[in-house]
Design a protein around this ligand. Structure first.
Ligand code: LLP
Length: 431
């Protein structure tokens, strides 16, 4: 089992033979006892370290790391990132409210992406004074101009262009091809900027792309930036100077190997982007989500039963697909390790949750160290799109979250209660 060091890529490790899995200086066994299971545990130290990797790799130019809030929107994590200089990429009014609650001082570092913003969302963001709107269509620009005129506040916008670059990732999270619903065809961009530049209420401020998520090679990012660079030169010739270029998010991690070199990955990624932007002096924005928080997180869950069905062995845990849907939705791989390894032969098992769906699994035909009822296991690399995509399916209460910084662990979200869940409906039954 390769988890021996507390350093990157994963902050989870066994300090010595026979001890429980730790996050920083804190034992996951202790945390599970204190807060119950299932439980999300995050390393605040690794989150800050990952942000720092991007900041360092881009240090030679003006830049802003706009963390993609959707990956993990815990208020304490947003505050931690804001305190270390991050901006934010939001995709809804709800995410804006989270940033305003956690770090109101960072609102000037917010970019607002997303295909389909409502009038109310636009108004709130205009009044709050975000850095720029990422407009995904001409229709959206018209709405933005109308709201800006109404509120008498000029709207800074970046057109999200679709560079038509293929990124080899899961089809559900690839976004950079013309056939996808995102952005405007880069060939239409010049015309749109020219017409927007004549509007009193719109300020062409930047250009943005996002070609997809969990992209593990740097080349597609470079290719997208080459195309954006060409557009910038065309715009300059027309007298339109943009202050920002946003290269989007999407840098992937290696879910399979623990030898993954995060620093080298970020450097390679930054070099590909910057190489394509030689000569551009403006501010470079990026929107990483997964790369900052995924490996910082683990879902700790207790084994309810080990069940044998014919040839198969099922390890049934108290976490389920409502807590972590990535395996069911994207056939995603997450490494699973016992919190306290015991001696004995490993077995081939399915690790599944208690929900009444065959899709409720975390691993299939996986070699796992021996575990028994009551044991704890940790599902790794679950800091991104884990809790953020959780639900109350099967009327299950969503798990609490703990943030570990050095030797300190603090609860950052309590476990939901039945009262939380029933409250919005009680009036309907006269309660
Ligand atoms: N910017 C925009 C406009 C995005 O749509 C996304 C992610 C990001 C940034 C951040 O991408 P990241 O750096 O995290 O790859 N639920 C899926 C991932 C969906 C990503 C959607 N957009 C998963 O669990 O793999």
């Amino acid at each position: 089992m390769p988890l021996s060091s507390p350093s990157s890529p994963r902050p989870f490790y066994y300090p010595k033979q026979g001890s429980a899995l730790h996050c920083g200086k804190v034992s996951l066994e202790t945390l599970a006892k204190r807060h119950g299971t299932p439980l999300y545990v995050y390393s605040g130290d690794q989150i800050v370290e990952r942000l720092g990797m991007f900041q360092q790799a881009l240090a030679s130019r003006e830049h802003l790391i706009c963390y993609a809030v959707k990956a993990n929107s815990a208020l304490a994590i947003l505050k931690l990132l804001a305190d270390h200089g991050a901006g934010f990429d939001i995709v809804s009014g709800g995410e804006l409210e989270r940033v305003l609650a956690a770090a109101p001082e960072a609102v000037g570092r917010v970019v607002f992406s997303g295909a389909g913003k409502t009038t109310a969302e636009i108004d709130r963001a205009l009044i709050a004074g975000i850095l720029e709107f990422h407009a995904e269509s001409e229709v959206e620009l018209e709405l933005l101009a109308a709201r800006a005129a109404k509120l008498k506040r000029k709207a800074r916008f970046a057109l999200r262009v679709n560079p038509d670059v293929f990124a080899d990732t899961h089809p559900y999270i690839s976004t950079g091809l013309r056939e996808h619903k995102f952005g405007v065809d880069i060939r239409q961009a010049l015309k749109i900027y020219k017409s927007a530049a004549s509007s009193r209420w719109l300020e062409p401020h930047g250009v943005s792309v996002h070609i997809g998520s969990q992209i593990c090679t740097a080349a597609p990012f470079g290719a997208a930036m080459e195309r954006v660079s060409k557009l910038l030169r065309q715009l300059q010739r027309e007298g339109i100077e943009l202050k920002t270029i946003d290269a989007g998010g999407g840098l992937g991690i290696d879910y399979h190997r623990s030898s993954f070199d995060a620093v080298a990955k970020v450097r390679e990624y930054a070099a590909a982007i910057q190489g394509a932007l030689a000569g551009y002096e403006g501010q470079l924005l990026i929107e990483p989500g997964r790369f900052i928080v995924a490996q910082a997180g683990a879902l700790v869950t207790r084994v309810l039963q080990v069940k044998h069905n014919g040839k198969k062995t099922f390890v049934i845990t108290d976490a389920a697909m409502n807590d972590l849907i990535r395996p069911a939705l994207y056939q995603a791989y997450h490494e699973i390790v016992p919190v306290k390894p015991s001696a004995g032969k490993s077995r081939i098992v399915d690790v599944v949750g208690p929900i009444c769906e065959t899709g409720d699994f975390f691993a299939r035909d996986r070699e796992l160290a021996p575990v028994a009822t009551g044991d704890l296991v940790a599902i790794l690399d679950t800091g991104a799109y884990g809790m953020a995509q959780s639900s109350n399916y099967n009327t299950r209460l969503r798990p609490p979250e703990v943030l570990v910084e050095g030797a300190k662990a603090r609860l950052i979200r309590r476990r939901e209660t039945m009262a939380d869940l029933l409250e919005p409906e009680k009036f309907a039954i006269g309660g």
